[in-house]
Design a protein around this ligand. Structure first.
Ligand code: NDP
Length: 295
């Protein structure tokens, strides 16, 4: 009967943004440096434009300076690379983010490789991902969405060490780094993807599930071990004539069913979503501190 604790990502993200605001002003007052984040947006996808707008607003709200370059859909890869290298060389920029997806005529790998790893606040540079995967190595940055998932577990004092964790999805931006992070935190990790047979048999063993699939309500109550902790990254529009826009957003996990079985669960919206941007701001602050050797 809805026994699960609701993990309030919105509230945690607000708290983190408040902490960042204080650090940004302390840095400005002590050494006169304002952390800066540069965003490169190529093309005119509406969702990408919304994400970029939200990131800029979030920067403003904590006192981080934001820089933006918008390039046309039909611009060349060289033009994008030129913007990247301009920001790599710009001392007032501490974080560089290339909004994905890029238009299909561009080589995404080539462009992500060009971002200076010292400014790779998205954590998508292969060197940062490689270090994340290797024992005894430290990435300079960890991708924001999976980092936000782990941060939620930490802030709710949910133990990860020794637990069985299942990640559903293996994308470069969420599922794969989430699995690596859980492993670094000493969980025993299984990964489910589109070719996995009988995923419910695997999820039923999980103490912690992070789901990043993009399928509305795929994970049913019967897939979940009683008392499990559920982190739902999915953001899926489903038709809803009663909603103002004609649709509403749901996660990958069937909240109605799952919240009766789990011990804790993130809602959609208001769970992982707000944490992603908070982690981006946090990575930008960390970068500025590291570049200027400010503690
Ligand atoms: P991708 O489409 O890149 O990856 C989806 C993954 O899910 C793939 O690994 C795919 O497997 C797997 N998958 C697809 N269908 C199934 C299935 N039926 N059973 C098991 N696995 C399946 O998505 P992203 O990782 O980019 O995003 C996932 C979700 O998270 C989306 O809803 C997205 O909107 C949301 N998201 C939310 C963010 C936030 O801030 N909260 C940030 C980023 C994403 P395979 O590898 O075999 O194809």
């Amino acid at each position: 009967e809805g026994g699960a604790i609701v993990i309030d990502g919105k509230a945690v993200a607000k708290k983190i943004r408040d902490e960042i605001t204080i650090e940004v002003s302390r840095m400005k007052e002590s050494i006169g440096v304002i952390p800066g984040l540069a965003v490169i947006l190529v093309g005119d996808r509406k969702d990408s434009a919304t994400y970029v707008r939200n990131k800029k607003k979030a920067c403003d709200s904590v006192g981080i300076k934001s820089f933006e370059v918008r390039l046309a859909e039909d611009s060349s890869e060289e033009e994008v690379l030129k913007s990247v290298s301009g920001f790599n060389d710009d001392p007032s920029v501490h974080g560089i983010l290339v909004q994905l997806p890029l238009p299909s005529h561009m080589d995404e790998q080539n462009i992500l490789n060009a971002v200076s790893i010292e400014k790779d606040v998205d954590g998508f540079h292969p060197l940062n991902i490689g270090r994340l995967a290797m024992r005894g190595r430290e990435p300079l940055f960890v991708p924001c969405t999976p980092k936000g998932c782990i941060e939620l577990l930490h802030r709710y004092n949910i133990e990860i060490k020794g637990k069985r964790a299942v990640v559903i999805g293996r994308s470069n931006i969420v599922g794969m780094p989430a699995a690596l992070l859980l492993q670094r935190e000493d969980a025993t990790v299984s990964i489910i993807h589109s070719r996995t047979k009988n995923p419910e048999e695997i999820t039923r063993e999980a103490d912690i599930i992070i789901s990043a699939v993009g399928q509305p309500n795929m994970v049913r109550g019967s897939w979940i071990k009683p008392g499990a902790v559920l982190i739902d990254v999915g953001i899926n529009p489903v038709e809803d004539p009663s909603a103002a826009r004609g649709y509403r957003l749901v996660g990958d996990i069937c909240y109605e069913e799952a919240s009766k079985v789990a011990s804790a669960i993130t809602p959609v919206p208001g769970g992982v979503g707000p944490m992603t941007i908070a982690m981006l701001l946090s990575n930008t602050l960390t970068s500025a501190k590291r570049i200027h050797n400010f503690q």
